[in-house]
Design a protein around this ligand. Structure first.
Ligand SMILES: Nc1ncnc2c1ncn2[C@@H]1O[C@H](COP(=O)(O)OP(=O)(O)OP(=O)(O)O)[C@@H](O)[C@H]1O
Ligand SMILES: [Mg+2]
Length: 325
């Protein structure tokens, strides 16, 4: 990591969080965070990736002071979440997914108004901010409708606006694009880019590796409450031995299907622009993919290090449907 030059906005050291689950004789301790340490450079976009139950949301809750750690420390812009929760809350904007935290019977604007009031905003300043944010998330036309009638993706956009109402320097986005259509998710990338350009720090959890690859300066892969690996996604992927990414244009569907069926082809993606991305786990397979593309007359081919999805599968892989015990 190049963390030395960039002061950290979020500093987590040896963080533990346990929950007691089950009752009576069946009660047991579940460790959601198991000595997790993490540093997020100020002004960077940091991806927190990992399987269901890895501890991502638990970390977001601790950083936003809605949950206390069992032990260890977490600081936001130098403020300790336990000792200085008010300062931390002032520095942080939290965006959760789903229906949580929105009032169905109020309009989008009224929801923002309520939230803005919590940050001490009112009058013209609040109005201007709400209008600006509703426009940024593409909800200007629907601002005065009840949120109960919103689609999932529209609610998610409102969550984003809500997270920004207090003008927080550090944003925690927990699966912010769940339920968004591909165009909205594309807009979201620009949205995160704009947040970074404004000098904000963004910690984002997502299961969408293509998105993480597109928006994150750094990623941390976690599982069972521990860090597996952390760093620049492109550099991490480059360190994967043997694997490569092959990108090609105008690949006939039948050839793409054939390639997808090759052993040691781990990921096959079609990008919005019709490009085919293939990640392989061995040089032999890379050669085989290139041969098949050449045979099919495909001439626009590029090779490089594999993508984040390949990294994720290799580092976290083998979990199947199992979640943390
Ligand atoms: N309030 C709670 N009570 C009991 N266990 C909890 C509680 N909150 C979280 N856990 C447990 O902690 C572990 C981590 O959960 P967490 O929600 O942080 O995972 P996650 O990485 O966000 O997963 P997902 O990708 O599914 O959102 C899970 O095993 C979960 O069951
Ligand atoms: Mg979660």
């Amino acid at each position: 990591m190049t963390g030395a030059a960039i002061p950290s906005a979020v500093e987590v050291a040896d963080l533990r969080r346990e929950f007691t689950v089950g009752r009576g004789a069946a009660a047991r301790t579940l460790t959601a965070l198991d000595g997790l340490s993490l540093s997020v450079g100020a002004g960077t976009v940091h991806g927190l990736l990992g399987p269901n139950g890895a501890g991502k949301t638990t970390l977001c809750k601790i950083l936003s002071t809605t949950l206390l750690p069992t032990s260890g420390t977490a600081r936001v812009l130098g403020h300790d979440v336990e000792a200085e929760p008010r300062e931390v809350r002032r520095s942080i904007g939290l965006v959760l997914g789903g229906d949580r935290g929105l009032y169905a019977r109020l309009s989008a604007r009224q929801n923002l108004e309520l939230w803005g009031a919590l940050y001490g905003l009112h009058g013209r300043a609040l109005d201007t901010r709400m209008t600006d944010l509703l426009a940024r998330v593409g909800l200007s036309d629907r601002a005065d409708e009840r949120v109960g009638g919103f689609s999932r993706g529209m609610k998610q956009r409102l969550h984003l606006a809500r997270g920004l109402i207090g003008d927080a320097r550090v944003l925690l986005l927990d699966e912010p694009t769940t339920g968004m259509d591909p165009v909205a998710a594309g807009d979201f990338r620009d949205f995160v880019g704009a947040l970074r350009a404004e000098g904000r720090t963004v910690l984002i959890t997502t299961h969408d590796m293509a998105q993480a690859e597109a928006v994150c300066d750094q990623v941390t892969l976690i599982d069972r409450g521990r860090v597996l690996t952390s760093g620049d996604p492109r550099e991490l992927a480059r360190e994967l031995s043997g694997g490569q990414r092959v990108e090609a244009h105008a690949v006939p569907e039948a050839v793409a299907a054939e390639i997808a069926g090759l052993p040691a082809v781990t990921v096959v993606l079609r990008t919005d622009g019709g490009q085919l991305c293939v990640d392989t786990a061995s040089p032999d397979t890379t050669r085989e993919v290139l041969v098949r593309l050449a045979r099919a007359g495909v001439s626009t081919i590029r090779t490089g290090p594999p993508g984040l999805e390949e990294l994720y599968l290799r580092v976290v892989g083998g979990r199947k449907m199992r979640v943390a015990a």
